[in-house]
Design a protein around this ligand. Structure first.
Ligand code: NDP
Ligand code: GDR
Length: 375
């Protein structure tokens, strides 16, 4: 199928970028992605859709670039003249934004401005539609439960403050220059491709490693935090739908259900037959194995402490609770999430178990396997 459309994705090497590239290629788009230069290969999430530029009629192209580099962004936009730009690139880790606030602002806030300004400078206002990856972190210290499009923002991190600038500059370029530009205010979404240092993936990866004796214990920060977790595949479909309307509009994308970090740990462990009991509170809370059933966790036994709190992972300012109201997306776009948090958690645990099995196999054959646990 060919729709004769071109899309440009920033952040194509990330979780959402890889699913969106796949989705658009299936729809027949010519897809261009911006990747950063790195000292190691950074296209692991894209390798299965990579097309050699020497092939006949390639539909997928990667360009070196960076959201901190205006001339580079302008040149790529000029070369590609995309029908749709999806700005997914960001320093996307909330905790890291407290360590690198200035860089986060440069990429997440000014990077968005750079792209919009390049569209204007090149006279692409009437051709190029623009999607901005906005976030539930904008609600931060929540002013209303559940959060919808009209809920006031109260950002609680350098990341969220930078994303708030990006949100408003997107609205401003829509109102000032008539660009079809819109914000998807997406609540947390995960998958087996989620970065290893976000909490869901950190949990599924550690539980799988612990089950096979590759790692002794999972250390977490605030386990009381409540999140509205969906699946990235459902959410990238919505990103595309937002650019297919007659008029640009901003939408909240969420499932409308929330659970705590602790509940997610419990859910992940149960997938491998490990029943957990939590004892203590705050920095002294521990997760102890109550029972083990089945044969997926051969290295775990009752009484073992496999979850502990490490205050190092507490944030200077925390977002305690997020719960989205996706009514507008449901009513206006007919969007509903198809994958539940339980199904997603299972998919992530099983995928990480496969990875852990490969490591365990290498270890059993005498190879020195170090499981990276930096998070
Ligand atoms: P990831 O962290 O997985 O991906 C981020 C992408 O941005 C990567 O491709 C990364 O490249 C790229 N990037 C980072 N810095 C720069 C830079 N200076 N210039 C160009 N590209 C850069 O994030 P997700 O896929 O999870 O999220 C996609 C977007 O959606 C982000 O903007 C995020 O803030 C936002 N968001 C995410 C939510 C979620 O729950 N996943 C919810 C709401 C919003 P590299 O691979 O080289 O690091
Ligand atoms: P978040 O996601 O900050 O919501 O941002 P993350 O998974 O990092 O944290 C969720 C909650 O879990 C708590 N937590 C921990 N978090 C991490 N990373 N590591 C831990 O060890 C840990 N222990 C407890 C956190 O304090 C937090 O409350 C994500 C990113 O994808 C953003 O880019 C996006 O905008 C938002 O989701 C919506």
């Amino acid at each position: 199928m060919s729709v004769n459309k071109k899309a440009l994705i920033t952040g194509v090497t990330g979780q959402d970028g890889s699913y969106l590239a796949e989705f658009l290629l299936e729809k027949g788009y010519e897809v261009h992605g911006i990747k950063r230069r790195a000292s190691l290969f950074n296209t692991e999430r894209l390798d299965h859709i990579y097309q050699d530029p020497h092939e006949e009629n390639p539909k997928f192209f990667l360009h070196y670039g960076d959201l901190t580099d205006s001339s580079n962004l302008t040149r790529i936009l000029k070369e590609v003249e995309p029908d749709e730009v999806y700005n997914l690139g960001a320093q996307s880790h909330v905790a890291v934004s407290f360590d690198s606030p200035e860089y986060t602002a440069d990429v997440d806030a000014i990077g968005t401005l750079r792209l919009l300004e390049a569209i204007r400078f090149l006279g692409l206002e009437k051709k190029t539609k623009f999607y901005q990856a906005s976030t539930s972190e904008l609600y931060g210290l929540v002013q209303e439960i559940p959060q919808k499009e009209s809920t006031p923002f109260y950002p609680r991190s350098p990341y969220a403050v930078a994303k708030m600038y990006a949100y408003w500059i997107t609205v401003n370029y829509r109102e000032s220059y008539g660009i079809y530009a819109c914000n998807g205010i997406l609540f947390n979404h995960e998958s087996p491709r989620r970065g290893e240092t976000f909490v869901t993936r950190k949990i599924t990866r550690a539980i799988a490693n612990i089950a096979l004796g590759l790692e002794p214990c999972l250390y977490l920060g605030n386990m009381d935090a409540l999140r509205d977790w969906g699946h990235a595949k459902d959410y990238v479909r919505m990103q595309w739908m937002m650019l297919q309307q007659d008029k640009p509009e901003d939408f909240v994308i969420a499932t409308g259900k929330q659970i705590s970090v602790r509940e997610f740990v419990r859910m992940a462990a149960i997938e491998l037959g490990i029943e957990l009991e939590f004892q203590g509170s705050g920095a002294n809370e521990v997760g102890i194995v109550k029972s083990v059933s089945g044969n997926l966790a051969p290295e775990v036994s009752a009484g073992q402490e496999i979850v502990k709190v490490d205050p190092r992972y507490f944030r200077p300012a925390e977002v305690e609770t997020l719960l989205g109201d996706p009514t507008r997306a449901k009513e206006k776009l007919g969007w509903t999430p198809e994958i539940s948090v339980e199904e997603m958690c299972k998919e992530m645990v099983l995928s990480d178990l496969e990875r852990a099995k490969r490591h365990a196999l290498l270890k059993d054959h005498g190879y020195d396997v170090t499981v990276s646990r930096e998070s």
